[in-house]
Ligand binder design. Sequence first.
Ligand code: UFG
Length: 343
Amino acid sequence: MNKILVTGGAGYIGSHTVVELVEAGYEPVIVDNFSNSQESALEGIAAILGRSITCHRIDCTSTYALRDVFKKEGDIAGVIHFAAYKAVGESVEEPLKYYQNNVGSLMALMQVMEEFGVNNLVFSSSCTVYGIPAELPVTELTPVQKANSPYGNTKKMCEEILTDVAASDSSLKTIALRYFNPIGAHPSAKIGELPLGVPNNLVPFITQTAAGIREQVTIFGNDYDTPDGTCIRDYVHVVDLAKAHVVAIERLLSNKAESIEFFNVGTGRGTTVLEAVHAFEKATGVKLNYKIGSRRAGDVPKIYADVTKATEILGFRTTSTLEETMLSAWNWQLHLQESTANA
Ligand code: UFG
Protein backbone atom coordinates (compact mmCIF):
# COMPACT_ATOMS: atom_id res chain seq x y z
CA MET A 1 0.00 0.00 0.00
CA ASN A 2 1.45 3.38 -0.99
CA LYS A 3 2.38 5.51 1.97
CA ILE A 4 1.58 9.22 1.64
CA LEU A 5 2.95 11.76 4.10
CA VAL A 6 0.34 14.43 4.85
CA THR A 7 1.74 17.52 6.54
CA GLY A 8 -0.96 19.45 8.36
CA GLY A 9 -3.01 16.25 8.21
CA ALA A 10 -4.97 17.14 11.35
CA GLY A 11 -6.10 20.45 9.85
CA TYR A 12 -9.30 21.26 8.02
CA ILE A 13 -8.48 20.20 4.45
CA GLY A 14 -5.77 17.79 5.63
CA SER A 15 -8.11 15.70 7.80
CA HIS A 16 -10.66 15.31 4.98
CA THR A 17 -7.87 14.34 2.58
CA VAL A 18 -6.55 11.70 4.99
CA VAL A 19 -10.00 10.07 4.98
CA GLU A 20 -10.27 10.16 1.18
CA LEU A 21 -6.74 8.74 0.81
CA VAL A 22 -7.61 5.74 2.97
CA GLU A 23 -10.84 5.24 1.06
CA ALA A 24 -8.85 5.24 -2.19
CA GLY A 25 -6.47 2.57 -0.83
CA TYR A 26 -3.51 4.69 0.34
CA GLU A 27 -1.82 4.66 3.74
CA PRO A 28 -1.59 8.26 4.92
CA VAL A 29 0.86 9.26 7.65
CA ILE A 30 0.08 12.55 9.37
CA VAL A 31 2.63 15.15 10.38
CA ASP A 32 1.22 18.04 12.41
CA ASN A 33 2.37 20.38 15.16
CA PHE A 34 -1.21 21.17 16.24
CA SER A 35 -0.53 24.90 16.16
CA ASN A 36 -3.82 25.46 14.34
CA SER A 37 -5.50 22.07 14.66
CA GLN A 38 -6.73 19.82 17.42
CA GLU A 39 -6.20 16.23 18.52
CA SER A 40 -9.96 15.75 18.24
CA ALA A 41 -9.51 15.74 14.44
CA LEU A 42 -7.55 12.49 14.80
CA GLU A 43 -10.40 11.01 16.83
CA GLY A 44 -12.87 12.09 14.15
CA ILE A 45 -10.74 10.50 11.42
CA ALA A 46 -10.50 7.29 13.45
CA ALA A 47 -14.26 7.27 14.05
CA ILE A 48 -14.93 7.54 10.30
CA LEU A 49 -12.34 4.95 9.28
CA GLY A 50 -12.73 2.56 12.20
CA ARG A 51 -9.00 2.74 12.87
CA SER A 52 -6.42 5.31 13.81
CA ILE A 53 -3.86 6.88 11.49
CA THR A 54 -0.21 7.31 12.46
CA CYS A 55 0.55 10.88 13.45
CA HIS A 56 3.95 12.46 14.14
CA ARG A 57 3.71 15.60 16.24
CA ILE A 58 6.52 17.65 14.73
CA ASP A 59 7.16 21.06 13.27
CA CYS A 60 7.66 20.94 9.52
CA THR A 61 10.18 23.75 9.55
CA SER A 62 12.62 21.38 11.27
CA THR A 63 14.71 19.32 8.85
CA TYR A 64 15.89 17.24 11.86
CA ALA A 65 12.37 16.33 12.88
CA LEU A 66 11.32 15.65 9.27
CA ARG A 67 14.37 13.45 8.68
CA ASP A 68 13.43 11.44 11.72
CA VAL A 69 9.91 10.86 10.36
CA PHE A 70 11.19 9.89 6.90
CA LYS A 71 13.65 7.45 8.54
CA LYS A 72 11.01 5.90 10.80
CA GLU A 73 8.40 5.58 8.05
CA GLY A 74 10.69 4.13 5.40
CA ASP A 75 9.17 3.98 1.97
CA ILE A 76 7.17 7.18 1.38
CA ALA A 77 5.64 7.31 -2.11
CA GLY A 78 4.56 10.95 -2.01
CA VAL A 79 3.89 13.99 0.12
CA ILE A 80 0.88 16.30 0.38
CA HIS A 81 1.99 19.53 2.00
CA PHE A 82 -0.82 21.38 3.79
CA ALA A 83 1.04 22.61 6.86
CA ALA A 84 0.93 26.41 6.76
CA TYR A 85 -0.54 29.42 8.52
CA LYS A 86 -3.56 30.80 6.70
CA ALA A 87 -5.02 33.89 8.40
CA VAL A 88 -4.78 36.78 5.96
CA GLY A 89 -5.21 39.52 8.61
CA GLU A 90 -2.70 37.98 11.02
CA SER A 91 -0.17 37.72 8.20
CA VAL A 92 -0.33 41.51 7.76
CA GLU A 93 0.38 41.95 11.50
CA GLU A 94 3.08 39.28 11.71
CA PRO A 95 4.61 38.82 8.25
CA LEU A 96 7.83 37.19 9.49
CA LYS A 97 5.88 34.46 11.24
CA TYR A 98 4.22 33.66 7.89
CA TYR A 99 7.38 33.72 5.78
CA GLN A 100 9.29 31.70 8.35
CA ASN A 101 6.62 29.04 8.69
CA ASN A 102 5.06 28.79 5.22
CA VAL A 103 8.20 29.23 3.14
CA GLY A 104 10.47 27.63 5.77
CA SER A 105 8.43 24.43 5.99
CA LEU A 106 8.37 23.98 2.21
CA MET A 107 12.15 24.42 1.99
CA ALA A 108 12.80 22.01 4.87
CA LEU A 109 10.42 19.48 3.37
CA MET A 110 11.94 19.68 -0.12
CA GLN A 111 15.42 19.26 1.29
CA VAL A 112 14.45 16.12 3.20
CA MET A 113 12.43 14.75 0.27
CA GLU A 114 15.53 15.12 -1.89
CA GLU A 115 17.73 13.38 0.70
CA PHE A 116 15.34 10.44 0.85
CA GLY A 117 14.64 10.31 -2.88
CA VAL A 118 10.92 11.09 -2.48
CA ASN A 119 9.89 12.74 -5.75
CA ASN A 120 6.13 13.29 -5.67
CA LEU A 121 4.68 16.40 -4.09
CA VAL A 122 1.21 17.92 -3.96
CA PHE A 123 1.29 21.51 -2.74
CA SER A 124 -1.60 23.50 -1.22
CA SER A 125 -1.78 26.72 -3.14
CA SER A 126 -4.53 29.27 -3.35
CA CYS A 127 -6.47 31.39 -5.81
CA THR A 128 -4.97 34.28 -3.88
CA VAL A 129 -2.06 34.06 -6.39
CA TYR A 130 -4.36 35.61 -9.03
CA GLY A 131 -4.79 38.82 -6.98
CA ILE A 132 -7.64 40.90 -8.44
CA PRO A 133 -8.04 39.17 -11.80
CA ALA A 134 -8.73 41.21 -14.93
CA GLU A 135 -10.92 38.48 -16.44
CA LEU A 136 -13.29 35.86 -15.08
CA PRO A 137 -13.38 32.95 -14.67
CA VAL A 138 -9.68 32.52 -13.96
CA THR A 139 -7.81 29.76 -15.75
CA GLU A 140 -4.35 28.51 -14.81
CA LEU A 141 -3.03 30.83 -17.55
CA THR A 142 -4.51 33.92 -15.89
CA PRO A 143 -1.49 35.97 -14.83
CA VAL A 144 -0.31 35.57 -11.27
CA GLN A 145 -0.21 38.98 -9.62
CA LYS A 146 1.29 40.66 -6.63
CA ALA A 147 -0.38 39.15 -3.60
CA ASN A 148 -2.39 41.47 -1.38
CA SER A 149 -1.13 40.00 1.91
CA PRO A 150 2.01 38.33 3.27
CA TYR A 151 -0.04 35.11 3.48
CA GLY A 152 -0.85 35.35 -0.23
CA ASN A 153 2.74 36.21 -0.94
CA THR A 154 3.94 33.03 0.80
CA LYS A 155 1.76 30.97 -1.57
CA LYS A 156 3.12 32.86 -4.57
CA MET A 157 6.70 32.51 -3.35
CA CYS A 158 6.25 28.79 -2.67
CA GLU A 159 4.95 28.31 -6.22
CA GLU A 160 8.04 30.14 -7.52
CA ILE A 161 10.38 28.02 -5.38
CA LEU A 162 8.68 24.86 -6.63
CA THR A 163 8.96 26.06 -10.24
CA ASP A 164 12.69 26.79 -9.86
CA VAL A 165 13.39 23.45 -8.20
CA ALA A 166 11.33 21.62 -10.84
CA ALA A 167 13.45 23.26 -13.54
CA SER A 168 16.68 22.13 -11.88
CA ASP A 169 15.66 18.62 -10.79
CA SER A 170 13.98 16.45 -13.37
CA SER A 171 13.17 13.72 -10.85
CA LEU A 172 10.87 15.91 -8.74
CA LYS A 173 7.21 16.02 -9.83
CA THR A 174 4.92 18.61 -8.30
CA ILE A 175 1.24 19.38 -8.56
CA ALA A 176 0.13 22.67 -7.02
CA LEU A 177 -3.60 22.87 -6.37
CA ARG A 178 -4.97 26.40 -6.29
CA TYR A 179 -7.93 26.21 -3.95
CA PHE A 180 -10.85 28.57 -4.19
CA ASN A 181 -13.01 28.80 -1.03
CA PRO A 182 -13.26 25.44 0.76
CA ILE A 183 -16.34 25.11 2.97
CA GLY A 184 -18.50 22.38 4.49
CA ALA A 185 -17.61 19.24 6.36
CA HIS A 186 -17.51 15.47 6.07
CA PRO A 187 -21.05 13.99 5.69
CA SER A 188 -20.51 12.01 8.90
CA ALA A 189 -20.10 15.35 10.78
CA LYS A 190 -17.13 13.77 12.61
CA ILE A 191 -14.55 16.13 11.10
CA GLY A 192 -14.84 19.71 9.91
CA GLU A 193 -13.38 23.15 10.27
CA LEU A 194 -12.21 24.11 13.78
CA PRO A 195 -11.57 27.84 13.75
CA LEU A 196 -9.65 29.13 16.77
CA GLY A 197 -11.44 32.09 18.34
CA VAL A 198 -13.58 34.40 16.22
CA PRO A 199 -13.72 32.99 12.68
CA ASN A 200 -12.33 35.11 9.86
CA ASN A 201 -14.12 33.16 7.16
CA LEU A 202 -17.71 33.50 6.10
CA VAL A 203 -19.13 30.02 6.59
CA PRO A 204 -17.86 29.31 10.13
CA PHE A 205 -19.11 32.79 11.05
CA ILE A 206 -22.52 31.94 9.59
CA THR A 207 -22.78 28.59 11.40
CA GLN A 208 -21.63 30.06 14.72
CA THR A 209 -24.16 32.89 14.38
CA ALA A 210 -26.95 30.46 13.54
CA ALA A 211 -25.93 28.46 16.62
CA GLY A 212 -26.16 31.56 18.82
CA ILE A 213 -22.41 31.79 19.53
CA ARG A 214 -22.12 35.05 17.56
CA GLU A 215 -24.79 37.69 17.49
CA GLN A 216 -24.81 38.69 13.86
CA VAL A 217 -23.02 38.18 10.56
CA THR A 218 -21.77 41.38 8.98
CA ILE A 219 -21.68 41.26 5.21
CA PHE A 220 -18.63 43.16 4.17
CA GLY A 221 -19.95 45.62 1.61
CA ASN A 222 -22.86 45.65 -0.86
CA ASP A 223 -21.53 48.27 -3.24
CA TYR A 224 -19.34 46.04 -5.40
CA ASP A 225 -19.90 45.69 -9.13
CA THR A 226 -21.79 42.38 -8.80
CA PRO A 227 -25.49 41.49 -9.28
CA ASP A 228 -26.42 42.14 -5.62
CA GLY A 229 -23.41 44.28 -4.72
CA THR A 230 -21.71 41.66 -2.50
CA CYS A 231 -18.42 39.90 -3.29
CA ILE A 232 -18.30 36.81 -5.47
CA ARG A 233 -16.41 33.64 -4.50
CA ASP A 234 -16.25 30.03 -5.64
CA TYR A 235 -17.24 27.88 -2.64
CA VAL A 236 -16.08 24.27 -3.00
CA HIS A 237 -17.09 21.39 -0.73
CA VAL A 238 -14.06 20.33 1.31
CA VAL A 239 -14.67 16.65 0.48
CA ASP A 240 -14.59 17.43 -3.25
CA LEU A 241 -11.39 19.38 -2.65
CA ALA A 242 -9.94 16.49 -0.63
CA LYS A 243 -10.66 14.14 -3.55
CA ALA A 244 -8.70 16.45 -5.86
CA HIS A 245 -5.61 15.60 -3.78
CA VAL A 246 -6.20 11.90 -4.25
CA VAL A 247 -6.42 12.22 -8.04
CA ALA A 248 -3.34 14.47 -8.00
CA ILE A 249 -1.38 11.82 -6.08
CA GLU A 250 -2.62 9.17 -8.50
CA ARG A 251 -1.36 11.23 -11.44
CA LEU A 252 2.05 11.68 -9.81
CA LEU A 253 2.43 8.02 -8.88
CA SER A 254 1.47 6.88 -12.35
CA ASN A 255 4.25 9.06 -13.81
CA LYS A 256 1.85 11.05 -15.94
CA ALA A 257 2.66 14.47 -14.53
CA GLU A 258 4.96 17.06 -16.08
CA SER A 259 7.67 18.39 -13.77
CA ILE A 260 5.29 20.97 -12.30
CA GLU A 261 1.59 21.45 -12.93
CA PHE A 262 -0.97 23.90 -11.57
CA PHE A 263 -4.68 23.25 -11.23
CA ASN A 264 -7.59 25.39 -10.11
CA VAL A 265 -9.83 23.56 -7.69
CA GLY A 266 -13.24 25.16 -7.35
CA THR A 267 -16.73 24.53 -8.67
CA GLY A 268 -16.60 26.91 -11.59
CA ARG A 269 -19.59 28.77 -10.10
CA GLY A 270 -19.45 32.27 -8.69
CA THR A 271 -21.65 32.92 -5.65
CA THR A 272 -22.29 36.25 -3.95
CA VAL A 273 -22.13 36.57 -0.17
CA LEU A 274 -25.89 37.16 -0.06
CA GLU A 275 -26.52 34.07 -2.19
CA ALA A 276 -24.32 32.06 0.19
CA VAL A 277 -26.33 33.34 3.17
CA HIS A 278 -29.61 32.46 1.47
CA ALA A 279 -28.34 29.02 0.47
CA PHE A 280 -27.52 28.40 4.13
CA GLU A 281 -30.99 29.52 5.23
CA LYS A 282 -32.70 27.40 2.58
CA ALA A 283 -30.64 24.29 3.29
CA THR A 284 -31.01 24.42 7.07
CA GLY A 285 -34.33 26.21 7.60
CA VAL A 286 -32.50 28.49 10.07
CA LYS A 287 -33.02 32.24 9.70
CA LEU A 288 -29.74 34.08 9.90
CA ASN A 289 -29.29 37.40 11.68
CA TYR A 290 -27.19 39.49 9.32
CA LYS A 291 -26.56 43.10 8.41
CA ILE A 292 -24.72 44.91 5.68
CA GLY A 293 -21.51 46.54 6.85
CA SER A 294 -18.62 48.28 5.17
CA ARG A 295 -16.09 46.65 2.89
CA ARG A 296 -13.28 44.59 4.45
CA ALA A 297 -9.83 45.87 3.50
CA GLY A 298 -8.03 43.64 1.04
CA ASP A 299 -11.09 41.73 -0.26
CA VAL A 300 -11.03 40.72 -3.91
CA PRO A 301 -14.38 41.89 -5.37
CA LYS A 302 -14.98 38.79 -7.48
CA ILE A 303 -13.20 35.57 -8.30
CA TYR A 304 -14.24 32.13 -9.46
CA ALA A 305 -12.52 29.29 -11.23
CA ASP A 306 -12.44 27.80 -14.65
CA VAL A 307 -11.96 24.14 -13.71
CA THR A 308 -11.65 22.74 -17.24
CA LYS A 309 -8.01 21.75 -16.74
CA ALA A 310 -8.64 19.85 -13.49
CA THR A 311 -11.70 18.20 -15.04
CA GLU A 312 -9.93 17.11 -18.22
CA ILE A 313 -6.53 16.14 -16.85
CA LEU A 314 -7.26 15.03 -13.27
CA GLY A 315 -10.81 13.85 -13.86
CA PHE A 316 -11.85 16.18 -11.04
CA ARG A 317 -15.60 16.55 -10.49
CA THR A 318 -17.58 18.34 -7.83
CA THR A 319 -20.48 16.35 -6.47
CA SER A 320 -22.20 18.70 -4.00
CA THR A 321 -24.52 21.64 -4.50
CA LEU A 322 -24.00 24.80 -2.47
CA GLU A 323 -27.02 23.95 -0.32
CA GLU A 324 -25.75 20.44 0.42
CA THR A 325 -22.39 21.92 1.32
CA MET A 326 -23.98 24.49 3.64
CA LEU A 327 -26.03 21.74 5.28
CA SER A 328 -22.85 19.73 5.95
CA ALA A 329 -21.27 22.80 7.58
CA TRP A 330 -24.37 23.19 9.76
CA ASN A 331 -24.41 19.50 10.76
CA TRP A 332 -20.77 19.85 11.78
CA GLN A 333 -21.62 22.91 13.89
CA LEU A 334 -24.42 20.93 15.58
CA HIS A 335 -21.98 18.10 16.25
CA LEU A 336 -19.57 20.57 17.87
CA GLN A 337 -22.37 21.95 20.07
CA GLU A 338 -23.29 18.43 21.12
CA SER A 339 -19.73 17.46 21.99
CA THR A 340 -19.25 20.68 23.99
CA ALA A 341 -22.51 20.04 25.83
CA ASN A 342 -21.43 16.48 26.66
CA ALA A 343 -17.89 17.44 27.71
N1 UFG B 1 -17.39 37.82 4.44
C1 UFG B 1 -18.40 38.57 5.01
N2 UFG B 1 -18.53 38.52 6.37
C2 UFG B 1 -17.74 37.76 7.17
C3 UFG B 1 -16.71 36.98 6.55
C4 UFG B 1 -16.56 37.05 5.19
O1 UFG B 1 -19.14 39.27 4.33
O2 UFG B 1 -17.92 37.77 8.39
C5 UFG B 1 -17.24 37.85 2.97
C6 UFG B 1 -15.90 38.36 2.53
O3 UFG B 1 -15.91 39.76 2.41
C7 UFG B 1 -15.75 37.64 1.19
C8 UFG B 1 -16.48 36.32 1.39
O4 UFG B 1 -17.34 36.53 2.51
O5 UFG B 1 -16.39 38.36 0.20
C9 UFG B 1 -15.55 35.17 1.68
O6 UFG B 1 -14.70 35.53 2.73
P1 UFG B 1 -13.77 34.48 3.48
O7 UFG B 1 -13.06 35.23 4.56
O8 UFG B 1 -14.56 33.29 3.87
O9 UFG B 1 -12.78 34.00 2.35
P2 UFG B 1 -11.78 34.87 1.45
O10 UFG B 1 -12.26 34.71 0.05
O11 UFG B 1 -11.58 36.22 1.94
O12 UFG B 1 -10.42 34.10 1.73
C10 UFG B 1 -10.19 32.85 1.20
C11 UFG B 1 -9.25 32.08 2.13
C12 UFG B 1 -7.91 32.74 2.20
C13 UFG B 1 -7.37 32.98 0.80
C14 UFG B 1 -8.38 33.72 -0.04
C15 UFG B 1 -7.91 33.80 -1.45
O13 UFG B 1 -9.79 32.03 3.44
O14 UFG B 1 -7.04 31.86 2.87
O15 UFG B 1 -9.60 33.00 -0.04
O16 UFG B 1 -8.71 34.64 -2.18
F1 UFG B 1 -6.26 33.74 0.83
